[in-house]
Design a protein around this ligand. Structure first.
Ligand code: FES
Ligand SMILES: [Fe+2]
Length: 376
């Protein structure tokens, strides 16, 4: 991908329209919003959504935007509201099913229809307990269809009953384009140099499949030989102590990528997800959550703390190398990369982006984008 594609705010506006708003993103789990009034939020490129459990037990997603003057209805990543959503600006009140209950000082407004002035819906899907949303209809099929080819492999993991742990996490704001963050996640060619700890855990047996129909599988079975790093050794000792049915889960770290920026994570003691989220063309964050399995044993609880520690180190290492890559895109002497066979998945991810945005093939930033012509 040419250097300009990593620095253009105009391109990001096109990516918002063709890549981000109309594709699925994992946003949480049904157990993050267990009780009526529980909500979680998801922000993406100026858009914001909330997922809330209704009084009828149903889950719905809405734009997190008041119909009066557009204030956020809920602030923060998750929370609970009692009985109704009350706008923090002028206190319009919405039922948990999104209908407008009443504006404050209703005599100052004409009669407002509860449905027509209710919260705008956002498309939401639940797959094995995990929540996915998209702001616009798009080219992807239902999540169950996308995940069908992984169904058998994921069947042993008890996903429906996952339990939240520490809420949502966020990396430090990273001074890179979102593609630099995703690129480093789409190849493990850098793993032996950048991730000595991870290489000691599973590096030698790392398997990476191609991107097929918008999903990608990576699996790292633990090395056959004993790990040399103390942290990994201790972690693997704990994994060996897990009770059934968890003892039968593969001794591996399994990742399923979902185009464009979601990754689902399956470990012997926990599961979760993360996403690379652009803030603007040159800053991004990685956000996600880790869940424990229902019926977690002591060894699993300890192993979960250690796998999070290993992951935190990997995240730091990735942050560093993606910055090294991204900084090159500011140089007039660096034009584009050459990718080897071990970076096949990265190339495939770029191919999917190029199919949606043909301008990405241009060596210099085009004067106009197809969507400019459409008036988008
Ligand atoms: S913006 Fe929500 S009540 Fe005014
Ligand atoms: Fe990495």
């Amino acid at each position: 991908m040419p250097a300009w594609t990593y620095r253009s705010e105009r391109l990001l506006a096109v990516e918002a329209e063709r890549v981000f708003l109309n594709h699925w993103h994992v946003v949480g789990h049904v157990n993050d919003v267990r009780e009526p009034g529980d909500w979680l939020s998801f922000d993406l490129l100026g858009e914001r959504a909330l997922v809330i459990r209704g009084k009828d037990g149903g889950l719905r997603a809405f734009h997190n935007t008041c119909r009066h003057r557009g204030s956020r209805l809920v602030e923060g990543e998750s929370g609970h509201c009692r009985g109704a959503l009350v706008c923090p600006f002028h206190a319009w009140v919405y039922d948990l099913d999104g209908q407008l209950k009443t504006p404050s000082q209703p005599d100052k407004f004409p009669e407002l229809d509860a449905q027509a002035w209710g919260l705008r819906r956002v498309e939401l899907e639940v797959w094995r307990g995990l929540l996915f949303l998209r702001f616009e209809p798009g080219p992807q099929p239902a999540i169950a269809t996308l995940m069908a080819r992984h169904e058998q492999e994921l069947r042993p993991y008890p996903l429906e009953s996952l339990q939240p742990t520490d809420g949502f996490y966020s990396s430090p704001v990273t001074p890179v384009n979102w593609k630099a963050m995703v690129d480093v996640d789409n190849e493990c060619y850098h793993c032996p140099t950048a991730h000595p700890g991870l290489s000691d855990l599973y590096g030698r047996r790392y398997e990476e499949g191609p991107w097929i129909d918008g999903t990608h599988r990576i699996r790292g079975p633990f090395n056959a030989s004993e790990s040399r790093h103390e942290l990994n050794r201790h972690y693997r000792e704990l994994v060996a102590q897990h009770p059934e049915p968890f003892a039968s889960l593969p001794q591996a770290w399994l990742y399923i990528g979902l185009f464009p920026v979601s990754v689902l994570v399956f470990y012997p003691e926990s599961a979760g997800f993360y996403r690379s989220i652009p803030l603007d063309a040159t800053t991004s964050v990685m956000t996600g959550a880790t869940y424990r399995y229902d019926g977690e044993s002591e060894s699993m609880r300890e192993a979960r703390a250690l796998s999070q520690e290993i992951d935190a180190a990997v995240m730091d290492e990735d942050k560093h190398v993606c910055e090294l890559h991204f900084q090159a895109t500011a140089s007039r002497y660096w034009e584009h990369a050459i990718l080897g066979d071990s970076e096949k998945a990265l190339r495939e991810h770029h191919d999917m982006l190029r199919a949606l945005i043909p301008e990405l093939n241009a060596t210099r930033e085009p004067g106009s984008f197809e969507s400019d012509a459409r008036g988008a």
